[in-house]
Design a protein around this ligand. Structure first.
Ligand code: NDP
Length: 328
Protein backbone atom coordinates (compact mmCIF):
# COMPACT_ATOMS: atom_id res chain seq x y z
CA UNK A 1 0.00 0.00 0.00
CA UNK A 2 1.06 3.57 -0.53
CA UNK A 3 0.20 6.43 1.80
CA UNK A 4 -0.18 10.11 1.12
CA UNK A 5 -0.53 13.24 3.24
CA UNK A 6 -4.13 14.40 3.45
CA UNK A 7 -3.83 17.84 1.89
CA UNK A 8 -1.41 20.07 3.76
CA UNK A 9 -1.89 18.13 7.01
CA UNK A 10 0.58 15.76 8.61
CA UNK A 11 -1.95 12.90 8.49
CA UNK A 12 -1.20 9.96 6.20
CA UNK A 13 -4.04 8.14 4.49
CA UNK A 14 -3.81 5.04 2.35
CA UNK A 15 -4.18 5.85 -1.32
CA UNK A 16 -7.08 3.42 -1.49
CA UNK A 17 -9.59 3.46 1.33
CA UNK A 18 -12.83 1.60 2.09
CA UNK A 19 -16.31 3.00 2.71
CA UNK A 20 -19.56 1.45 3.82
CA UNK A 21 -22.29 3.28 1.84
CA UNK A 22 -25.12 0.93 0.73
CA UNK A 23 -23.02 -2.09 1.59
CA UNK A 24 -22.20 -2.39 5.30
CA UNK A 25 -25.21 -2.44 7.58
CA UNK A 26 -27.39 -2.85 4.46
CA UNK A 27 -26.58 -5.02 1.45
CA UNK A 28 -24.35 -7.40 3.41
CA UNK A 29 -24.40 -8.64 7.01
CA UNK A 30 -21.87 -7.91 9.74
CA UNK A 31 -19.74 -10.99 9.05
CA UNK A 32 -19.13 -9.97 5.42
CA UNK A 33 -18.45 -6.38 6.49
CA UNK A 34 -15.88 -7.71 8.96
CA UNK A 35 -14.22 -9.92 6.34
CA UNK A 36 -14.03 -6.98 3.92
CA UNK A 37 -12.56 -4.64 6.52
CA UNK A 38 -10.03 -7.25 7.64
CA UNK A 39 -8.99 -7.91 4.04
CA UNK A 40 -8.58 -4.18 3.51
CA UNK A 41 -6.60 -3.67 6.72
CA UNK A 42 -4.34 -6.64 5.98
CA UNK A 43 -3.61 -5.11 2.56
CA UNK A 44 -2.53 -1.84 4.21
CA UNK A 45 -5.74 0.20 3.94
CA UNK A 46 -5.82 2.42 7.03
CA UNK A 47 -8.71 4.74 6.13
CA UNK A 48 -12.34 3.66 6.60
CA UNK A 49 -15.27 5.94 5.80
CA UNK A 50 -18.85 5.93 7.00
CA UNK A 51 -21.68 8.41 7.73
CA UNK A 52 -24.50 8.84 10.21
CA UNK A 53 -27.00 8.34 7.40
CA UNK A 54 -25.63 5.07 6.00
CA UNK A 55 -28.27 2.41 6.61
CA UNK A 56 -29.71 4.72 9.28
CA UNK A 57 -26.67 4.30 11.51
CA UNK A 58 -26.29 0.53 11.06
CA UNK A 59 -23.20 1.02 8.89
CA UNK A 60 -21.41 2.78 11.76
CA UNK A 61 -22.54 0.04 14.14
CA UNK A 62 -21.24 -2.78 11.91
CA UNK A 63 -17.97 -1.01 11.13
CA UNK A 64 -17.50 -0.25 14.84
CA UNK A 65 -17.99 -3.92 15.71
CA UNK A 66 -15.33 -4.89 13.15
CA UNK A 67 -12.86 -2.35 14.57
CA UNK A 68 -13.39 -3.75 18.07
CA UNK A 69 -13.34 -7.37 17.01
CA UNK A 70 -9.94 -7.29 15.36
CA UNK A 71 -8.36 -5.26 18.17
CA UNK A 72 -6.56 -2.98 15.73
CA UNK A 73 -4.38 -0.30 17.27
CA UNK A 74 -6.33 2.96 17.13
CA UNK A 75 -3.25 4.80 15.84
CA UNK A 76 -3.16 2.44 12.84
CA UNK A 77 -6.62 3.60 11.74
CA UNK A 78 -8.05 6.74 10.16
CA UNK A 79 -11.82 6.64 10.69
CA UNK A 80 -14.19 9.16 9.21
CA UNK A 81 -17.87 9.84 9.51
CA UNK A 82 -20.17 12.44 8.02
CA UNK A 83 -22.92 14.57 9.53
CA UNK A 84 -26.00 15.96 7.81
CA UNK A 85 -28.87 13.48 7.72
CA UNK A 86 -29.26 12.11 11.25
CA UNK A 87 -32.96 11.33 11.49
CA UNK A 88 -36.50 12.55 10.98
CA UNK A 89 -36.79 15.34 13.58
CA UNK A 90 -36.40 18.98 12.52
CA UNK A 91 -33.12 19.21 14.42
CA UNK A 92 -31.77 15.84 13.30
CA UNK A 93 -30.57 17.14 9.97
CA UNK A 94 -28.41 19.90 8.57
CA UNK A 95 -25.42 21.66 10.03
CA UNK A 96 -26.80 23.55 13.01
CA UNK A 97 -24.45 23.66 15.99
CA UNK A 98 -26.98 21.41 17.73
CA UNK A 99 -26.99 18.72 15.06
CA UNK A 100 -23.24 18.80 14.42
CA UNK A 101 -22.52 18.23 18.12
CA UNK A 102 -25.37 15.80 18.85
CA UNK A 103 -24.85 13.98 15.56
CA UNK A 104 -21.15 13.52 16.25
CA UNK A 105 -21.86 12.16 19.73
CA UNK A 106 -24.40 9.69 18.35
CA UNK A 107 -22.00 8.54 15.62
CA UNK A 108 -19.20 7.96 18.14
CA UNK A 109 -21.56 5.90 20.27
CA UNK A 110 -22.55 3.73 17.31
CA UNK A 111 -18.92 3.33 16.28
CA UNK A 112 -17.88 2.59 19.89
CA UNK A 113 -15.06 5.11 19.49
CA UNK A 114 -13.87 8.06 21.57
CA UNK A 115 -13.07 10.05 18.45
CA UNK A 116 -13.05 9.93 14.67
CA UNK A 117 -10.03 11.18 12.80
CA UNK A 118 -12.03 12.99 10.15
CA UNK A 119 -15.50 14.49 10.35
CA UNK A 120 -17.27 15.81 7.28
CA UNK A 121 -20.21 18.08 6.64
CA UNK A 122 -21.97 15.62 4.33
CA UNK A 123 -23.54 18.44 2.28
CA UNK A 124 -23.66 22.25 2.47
CA UNK A 125 -26.45 23.75 4.60
CA UNK A 126 -27.69 26.99 3.08
CA UNK A 127 -30.00 27.64 6.05
CA UNK A 128 -27.28 27.74 8.71
CA UNK A 129 -24.81 30.63 8.90
CA UNK A 130 -21.28 29.65 7.93
CA UNK A 131 -19.94 31.03 11.20
CA UNK A 132 -22.17 28.63 13.17
CA UNK A 133 -20.94 25.69 11.09
CA UNK A 134 -17.25 26.57 11.39
CA UNK A 135 -17.55 27.22 15.14
CA UNK A 136 -19.42 23.93 15.71
CA UNK A 137 -16.81 21.81 13.89
CA UNK A 138 -14.10 23.61 15.85
CA UNK A 139 -15.95 22.77 19.05
CA UNK A 140 -16.04 19.09 18.07
CA UNK A 141 -12.29 19.18 17.38
CA UNK A 142 -11.54 21.06 20.60
CA UNK A 143 -13.51 18.46 22.54
CA UNK A 144 -11.19 15.79 21.11
CA UNK A 145 -14.02 14.12 19.22
CA UNK A 146 -12.40 14.59 15.79
CA UNK A 147 -8.97 15.65 14.59
CA UNK A 148 -9.81 17.31 11.26
CA UNK A 149 -13.00 18.52 9.63
CA UNK A 150 -13.94 18.68 6.00
CA UNK A 151 -16.78 19.03 3.54
CA UNK A 152 -18.56 16.82 1.06
CA UNK A 153 -19.99 18.12 -2.19
CA UNK A 154 -19.61 21.77 -1.25
CA UNK A 155 -19.01 24.26 -4.03
CA UNK A 156 -15.60 25.92 -4.28
CA UNK A 157 -17.38 29.13 -3.27
CA UNK A 158 -18.76 27.59 -0.07
CA UNK A 159 -15.38 26.10 0.87
CA UNK A 160 -13.74 29.47 0.26
CA UNK A 161 -16.32 31.14 2.51
CA UNK A 162 -15.62 28.61 5.29
CA UNK A 163 -11.91 29.43 5.02
CA UNK A 164 -12.61 33.16 5.18
CA UNK A 165 -14.72 32.71 8.33
CA UNK A 166 -12.08 30.47 9.94
CA UNK A 167 -9.34 32.95 9.14
CA UNK A 168 -11.33 35.89 10.50
CA UNK A 169 -12.06 34.06 13.76
CA UNK A 170 -8.67 32.34 14.02
CA UNK A 171 -10.34 28.94 13.85
CA UNK A 172 -9.52 25.66 12.12
CA UNK A 173 -10.66 25.63 8.48
CA UNK A 174 -11.88 22.56 6.57
CA UNK A 175 -8.97 20.37 5.45
CA UNK A 176 -10.50 18.00 2.93
CA UNK A 177 -13.39 17.53 0.51
CA UNK A 178 -15.22 14.31 -0.28
CA UNK A 179 -16.47 14.72 -3.86
CA UNK A 180 -17.66 12.19 -6.37
CA UNK A 181 -14.91 11.48 -8.88
CA UNK A 182 -14.69 8.85 -11.58
CA UNK A 183 -14.24 8.59 -15.33
CA UNK A 184 -17.83 9.75 -15.83
CA UNK A 185 -17.91 12.52 -13.23
CA UNK A 186 -14.97 14.89 -13.47
CA UNK A 187 -15.74 18.61 -13.51
CA UNK A 188 -15.63 19.47 -9.83
CA UNK A 189 -12.38 17.65 -9.01
CA UNK A 190 -10.57 18.53 -12.24
CA UNK A 191 -11.84 22.08 -12.70
CA UNK A 192 -13.93 23.76 -10.02
CA UNK A 193 -11.65 22.79 -7.11
CA UNK A 194 -8.39 23.46 -8.95
CA UNK A 195 -7.57 26.73 -7.13
CA UNK A 196 -8.37 25.19 -3.72
CA UNK A 197 -5.69 22.49 -3.71
CA UNK A 198 -2.94 25.10 -3.84
CA UNK A 199 -4.52 28.02 -2.00
CA UNK A 200 -5.79 26.05 0.98
CA UNK A 201 -3.74 22.85 0.74
CA UNK A 202 -7.08 21.05 0.39
CA UNK A 203 -7.00 17.26 0.38
CA UNK A 204 -9.57 15.18 -1.48
CA UNK A 205 -10.99 11.79 -0.59
CA UNK A 206 -13.06 10.86 -3.60
CA UNK A 207 -16.17 8.65 -3.72
CA UNK A 208 -17.76 6.22 -6.19
CA UNK A 209 -14.55 5.73 -8.19
CA UNK A 210 -16.29 2.91 -10.09
CA UNK A 211 -19.53 4.90 -10.54
CA UNK A 212 -21.27 2.40 -8.26
CA UNK A 213 -19.71 -0.55 -10.09
CA UNK A 214 -20.56 0.57 -13.63
CA UNK A 215 -16.86 1.07 -14.38
CA UNK A 216 -16.09 -2.52 -13.39
CA UNK A 217 -17.91 -3.70 -16.53
CA UNK A 218 -20.28 -5.84 -14.44
CA UNK A 219 -23.34 -4.09 -15.94
CA UNK A 220 -22.30 -4.45 -19.57
CA UNK A 221 -24.74 -7.34 -20.10
CA UNK A 222 -27.45 -6.63 -17.56
CA UNK A 223 -27.70 -6.50 -13.79
CA UNK A 224 -26.15 -9.41 -11.83
CA UNK A 225 -28.45 -10.60 -9.03
CA UNK A 226 -25.77 -10.21 -6.35
CA UNK A 227 -24.86 -6.66 -7.33
CA UNK A 228 -25.72 -3.34 -5.72
CA UNK A 229 -28.00 -2.30 -8.57
CA UNK A 230 -30.18 -5.36 -7.97
CA UNK A 231 -31.25 -3.97 -4.58
CA UNK A 232 -34.94 -3.15 -5.02
CA UNK A 233 -35.82 -1.00 -2.00
CA UNK A 234 -33.20 1.70 -2.46
CA UNK A 235 -34.16 4.89 -4.30
CA UNK A 236 -30.60 5.79 -5.31
CA UNK A 237 -29.97 2.33 -6.76
CA UNK A 238 -33.27 2.53 -8.65
CA UNK A 239 -32.22 5.87 -10.13
CA UNK A 240 -28.87 4.49 -11.25
CA UNK A 241 -30.56 1.31 -12.56
CA UNK A 242 -33.13 3.31 -14.53
CA UNK A 243 -30.31 5.55 -15.77
CA UNK A 244 -28.66 2.58 -17.47
CA UNK A 245 -31.72 2.21 -19.71
CA UNK A 246 -31.43 5.75 -21.03
CA UNK A 247 -29.43 6.79 -24.09
CA UNK A 248 -26.82 8.35 -21.81
CA UNK A 249 -26.59 5.09 -19.84
CA UNK A 250 -26.10 3.05 -23.01
CA UNK A 251 -23.37 5.43 -24.20
CA UNK A 252 -21.62 4.94 -20.86
CA UNK A 253 -21.81 1.16 -21.21
CA UNK A 254 -20.34 1.33 -24.71
CA UNK A 255 -17.45 3.36 -23.26
CA UNK A 256 -16.95 0.81 -20.47
CA UNK A 257 -16.74 -1.94 -23.11
CA UNK A 258 -13.98 0.00 -24.88
CA UNK A 259 -12.20 0.61 -21.57
CA UNK A 260 -12.43 -3.13 -20.93
CA UNK A 261 -10.59 -3.83 -24.19
CA UNK A 262 -7.90 -1.35 -23.19
CA UNK A 263 -7.62 -2.94 -19.75
CA UNK A 264 -7.09 -6.36 -21.35
CA UNK A 265 -4.27 -4.94 -23.44
CA UNK A 266 -2.68 -3.53 -20.29
CA UNK A 267 -3.12 -6.86 -18.51
CA UNK A 268 -5.51 -5.57 -15.86
CA UNK A 269 -9.24 -5.59 -15.15
CA UNK A 270 -11.63 -2.78 -16.07
CA UNK A 271 -12.03 -1.92 -12.38
CA UNK A 272 -8.29 -1.68 -11.90
CA UNK A 273 -7.99 0.62 -14.91
CA UNK A 274 -10.77 2.89 -13.66
CA UNK A 275 -9.29 3.07 -10.15
CA UNK A 276 -5.75 3.63 -11.43
CA UNK A 277 -7.08 6.51 -13.53
CA UNK A 278 -8.43 8.17 -10.33
CA UNK A 279 -5.17 7.46 -8.46
CA UNK A 280 -3.22 9.09 -11.27
CA UNK A 281 -4.75 12.49 -10.45
CA UNK A 282 -2.18 14.20 -8.18
CA UNK A 283 -4.90 16.14 -6.34
CA UNK A 284 -6.62 12.97 -5.14
CA UNK A 285 -5.40 12.09 -1.63
CA UNK A 286 -7.37 8.86 -1.25
CA UNK A 287 -9.74 6.90 -3.46
CA UNK A 288 -12.61 5.63 -1.28
CA UNK A 289 -13.67 2.30 -2.71
CA UNK A 290 -16.67 0.17 -1.81
CA UNK A 291 -16.82 -3.62 -1.76
CA UNK A 292 -19.41 -6.29 -1.01
CA UNK A 293 -16.83 -9.09 -1.21
CA UNK A 294 -13.22 -9.40 0.03
CA UNK A 295 -12.16 -10.55 -3.46
CA UNK A 296 -13.15 -7.13 -4.86
CA UNK A 297 -10.78 -5.45 -2.40
CA UNK A 298 -7.95 -7.80 -3.36
CA UNK A 299 -8.57 -6.98 -7.02
CA UNK A 300 -8.96 -3.24 -6.45
CA UNK A 301 -5.80 -2.79 -4.38
CA UNK A 302 -3.79 -4.08 -7.33
CA UNK A 303 -4.84 -0.95 -9.23
CA UNK A 304 -1.85 0.74 -7.59
CA UNK A 305 0.35 -1.39 -9.83
CA UNK A 306 -1.55 -0.17 -12.91
CA UNK A 307 -0.84 3.53 -12.28
CA UNK A 308 2.70 3.40 -13.77
CA UNK A 309 1.23 1.82 -16.93
CA UNK A 310 -0.89 4.91 -17.56
CA UNK A 311 1.55 6.72 -19.82
CA UNK A 312 0.70 9.97 -21.54
CA UNK A 313 -0.23 7.97 -24.61
CA UNK A 314 -2.59 5.70 -22.70
CA UNK A 315 -4.15 8.67 -20.91
CA UNK A 316 -4.83 10.29 -24.29
CA UNK A 317 -6.34 7.06 -25.58
CA UNK A 318 -8.62 7.02 -22.52
CA UNK A 319 -9.66 10.61 -23.28
CA UNK A 320 -10.55 9.48 -26.80
CA UNK A 321 -12.94 6.95 -25.28
CA UNK A 322 -14.40 9.17 -22.55
CA UNK A 323 -14.76 12.38 -24.58
CA UNK A 324 -15.65 14.31 -21.42
CA UNK A 325 -12.49 16.18 -20.42
CA UNK A 326 -13.55 19.37 -18.62
CA UNK A 327 -12.85 22.41 -20.76
CA UNK A 328 -9.92 24.51 -19.54
P1 NDP B 1 -17.67 2.43 -6.13
O1 NDP B 1 -18.12 3.32 -7.20
O2 NDP B 1 -16.28 1.92 -6.21
O3 NDP B 1 -18.69 1.21 -6.04
C1 NDP B 1 -18.45 0.16 -5.14
C2 NDP B 1 -19.28 -1.05 -5.53
O4 NDP B 1 -18.88 -1.52 -6.82
C3 NDP B 1 -19.03 -2.20 -4.59
O5 NDP B 1 -19.81 -2.13 -3.42
C4 NDP B 1 -19.37 -3.38 -5.46
O6 NDP B 1 -20.79 -3.48 -5.53
C5 NDP B 1 -18.83 -2.94 -6.82
N1 NDP B 1 -17.42 -3.34 -7.00
C6 NDP B 1 -16.33 -2.89 -6.32
N2 NDP B 1 -15.20 -3.45 -6.79
C7 NDP B 1 -15.59 -4.27 -7.78
C8 NDP B 1 -14.87 -5.12 -8.65
N3 NDP B 1 -13.54 -5.22 -8.57
N4 NDP B 1 -15.57 -5.81 -9.56
C9 NDP B 1 -16.90 -5.71 -9.65
N5 NDP B 1 -17.65 -4.93 -8.85
C10 NDP B 1 -16.99 -4.20 -7.92
O7 NDP B 1 -17.74 3.14 -4.70
P2 NDP B 1 -19.01 3.54 -3.78
O8 NDP B 1 -20.11 4.08 -4.58
O9 NDP B 1 -19.28 2.42 -2.85
O10 NDP B 1 -18.36 4.72 -2.96
C11 NDP B 1 -17.24 4.44 -2.13
C12 NDP B 1 -17.43 5.09 -0.79
O11 NDP B 1 -17.47 6.50 -0.94
C13 NDP B 1 -18.73 4.76 -0.05
O12 NDP B 1 -18.71 3.52 0.59
C14 NDP B 1 -18.80 5.90 0.93
O13 NDP B 1 -17.93 5.69 2.01
C15 NDP B 1 -18.29 7.06 0.07
N6 NDP B 1 -19.42 7.80 -0.54
C16 NDP B 1 -19.58 9.11 -0.17
C17 NDP B 1 -20.62 9.87 -0.65
C18 NDP B 1 -20.75 11.29 -0.21
O14 NDP B 1 -21.78 11.92 -0.48
N7 NDP B 1 -19.77 11.84 0.46
C19 NDP B 1 -21.62 9.31 -1.57
C20 NDP B 1 -21.35 7.94 -1.93
C21 NDP B 1 -20.28 7.24 -1.45
P3 NDP B 1 -21.60 -4.86 -5.73
O15 NDP B 1 -20.73 -5.95 -5.25
O16 NDP B 1 -22.82 -4.67 -4.96
O17 NDP B 1 -21.89 -4.96 -7.16
Amino acid sequence: MEYRYLGKSGLMVSRLSLGGWVTYGGQVGPEVAQMCMKTAFDLGINFFDTAEVYSNGQCEIDMGVAIRKFGWKRSDLVISTKIFWGGKGPNDRGLSRKHIIEGTDASLKRLQLDYVDLIYAHRPDLDTPMEEIVRAFNHVINQGKAFYWGTSEWTAQQITEAHAVAQRLNLIAPLMEQPQYNMFHRDRVEKEYLPLYKTFGMGSTIWSPLASGLLSGKYNDGIPADSRLAIQDNAVMKRIRDGLETEDGQVKISKVIKLGAMASQLGCTTSQLALAWCLKNPNVSSVITGASKPSQIEENVKSLQVVPLLTEEIMLAIEDILLNKPAA
